[in-house]
Design a protein around this ligand. Structure first.
Ligand code: APR
Length: 183
C-alpha cells in the first residue's frame, strides 16, 4: 500500500489523494456529490449541509430552482465550511454501464473544474462522485475521475491543486491503484 502513489503533478498543477472527511478541508471549493433536485441527502451531501449550515440550501433553492442535470454542476457559497464555494456536482446513478454513465461521470468532473476555474479557485477538493448511494463501481469510477481531471489540468494548467478526499480505506486504495495505472 505504501508503494502506491498518492500524487501526480505536471507543471504547476497537482492531483493529491488523501483519506478523510471532505468537510474538514480548507480549500477554495469543496465539491458535493449532489442529486439533480439539489434536495440534500446522506453521504457527502448530508455532511456538507450539516456542517455548512442552512445558507447553502437556501442559496441553491433560490438560484437553481430547477436543480441541476446529471453530468453537470452548479456553484454556491459554502456557509460555515472552511471554503469559499461548494460546487454541487451530479454524477450518474449506476445502471450497469449502458446508460452513458461513464460520459456523465466524466462530464460532472469536467463541469465542476470549469466552475472552479471561472470562480478563481486554485485549491479544489473532490469526493468520489457516484460511488456511494449511486452505486458506481469504484475501480471504473476512479479511472474516469483521475483521467478526466488529469486531462483538464494538462489542458488548462489550473486549478493548481485537485485533492481527492476519500472517506474509506478501500476507496482510497482503489484510487491510488488507478493513479498508478495513469502515471
Ligand atoms: N467526506 C468524503 N467522502 C465521503 C463523506 C465525507 N464526509 N461521506 C461519504 N463519503 C464518500 C462515500 O463513502 C463514497 O465513497 O463519498 C463517496 C460518494 O458517496 P455518496 O455521498 O453516497 O455520493 P453518490 O454516490 O454520488 O450519491 C449521491 O446520495 O447523499 C445522496 O443527495 C445525494 O442523492 C445523492 C446521492
Amino acid at each position: 500500500m505504501s508503494s502506491l502513489p498518492t500524487h501526480w503533478s505536471s507543471g504547476s498543477t497537482r492531483i493529491e489523494l488523501v483519506q478523510g472527511d471532505i468537510t474538514d478541508q480548507q480549500v477554495d471549493a469543496i465539491v458535493n456529490a449532489a442529486n439533480s433536485r439539489l434536495a440534500g441527502g446522506g453521504g457527502v451531501d448530508g455532511a456538507i449541509h450539516r456542517r455548512g449550515g442552512p445558507s447553502i440550501m437556501a442559496e441553491t433553492r433560490q438560484k437553481y430552482p430547477n436543480g441541476c442535470p446529471t453530468g453537470s454542476a452548479v456553484i454556491s457559497g459554502a456557509g460555515d465550511l472552511a471554503a469559499r464555494y461548494v460546487i454541487h456536482a451530479v454524477g450518474p446513478v449506476w445502471h450497469g454501464g449502458d446508460r452513458q454513465e461513464a460520459e456523465l461521470l466524466a462530464s460532472a468532473y469536467r463541469r465542476s473544474l470549469e466552475l472552479a476555474v471561472q470562480h478563481g479557485c486554485q485549491l479544489v477538493a473532490f469526493p468520489s462522485l457516484s460511488t456511494g448511494a449511486y452505486g458506481y463501481p469504484v475501480e471504473a469510477a476512479a479511472r474516469i475521475a483521475l483521467r478526466t481531471i488529469r486531462d483538464f489540468l494538462t489542458e488548462h494548467s489550473k486549478p493548481a491543486l485537485v485533492r481527492f478526499v476519500l472517506f474509506d480505506a478501500k476507496t482510497f486504495q482503489t484510487f491510488a491503484e488507478a493513479l498508478r495505472e495513469l502515471i
